[in-house]
Design a protein around this ligand. Structure first.
Ligand SMILES: [Zn+2]
Ligand SMILES: [Zn+2]
Length: 237
């Protein structure tokens, strides 16, 4: 399977990642990607980027090493009302917005609270992707949320890093299989993200692709097979 876009990557700006944007773009070019989204952690993550980092992304060139750079953020969901750690007026100016739960920014809660939180996040038209939603510390009603994600044109991320033996997230493989089954059932689109924190992992989708092939997930629901389809989907074409 050829995948043209990596929608989830971190640079040294995230505080616990280890490559520069130029190094990430160079790696993306070597791996044949057409688009690299740079999505550093929002300001409430310890060591995360200052809001000025996101305001100033506009000064970057459109391409680096021949790869189109999407200026984005992995924003933190910071309360059970679905608030993010950057104002809507700021994230509306970014090209790609992932919204994720991270334990330093919001404590895990019961399934009904997390379900309601995600439904509120999905009301935010600036959010394009729910990041690593398989994390069982933040379990939710998959069918309810994924149906709403489809309606709101929000993508469900399959996070390759969550499937690596080194992950700290819990029961990810089981959670991802469940997510994929519901996405297939309700015809909701998914996106594969490497969640690379070093240039060597840019475009790394091996574990996610293996799992998708194992369970025979419909390939037409994988948005990053075509950079044109992806840009159309997020309204950038
Ligand atoms: Zn994350
Ligand atoms: Zn991330």
């Amino acid at each position: 399977m050829t995948l043209e876009i990596d929608t989830h990557t971190h640079t040294i700006v995230s505080g616990h990642a280890y490559s520069t944007l130029n190094e990430m773009a160079q790696s993306a070019a070597e791996k044949g990607l057409k688009i690299l989204a740079t999505t550093d952690h929002g300001p409430s993550m310890p060591g995360g980027a200052h809001p000025y980092h996101f305001h100033n992304l506009r000064i970057l060139p459109e391409t680096i090493s021949g790869v189109r750079i999407l200026k984005g953020i992995e924003a933190n969901i910071v309360d059970y009302n679905g608030s993010l750690d950057m104002p809507d007026s700021d994230i509306a100016k970014l090209e790609l917005v992932i919204a994720s739960f991270h334990e330093p920014c919001i404590k895990p809660a019961g399934k009904s609270i997390i379900t309601d939180t995600l439904l509120k996040v999905l009301e935010n038209k600036n959010v394009h992707i729910l990041g690593h939603p398989e994390d069982r510390r933040y379990a939710f009603d998959y069918e309810n949320v994924i149906k709403m994600a489809k309606e709101s044109n929000t993508l469900i991320e399959i996070n390759n890093s969550s499937l690596l033996p080194t992950t700290f997230r819990e029961n990810c493989r089981e959670g991802i299989i469940n997510l994929l089954e519901v996405c297939a059932k309700v015809d909701a689109k998914i996106v594969l993200g490497s969640d690379a924190h070093h240039s060597s992992s840019v475009g790394r989708f091996d574990y996610a692709v293996k799992l998708i092939e194992e369970i025979k997930f419909p390939k037409n629901l994988i948005i990053n097979r075509s950079s044109k389809d992806f840009l159309d989907f997020i309204g950038l074409n």
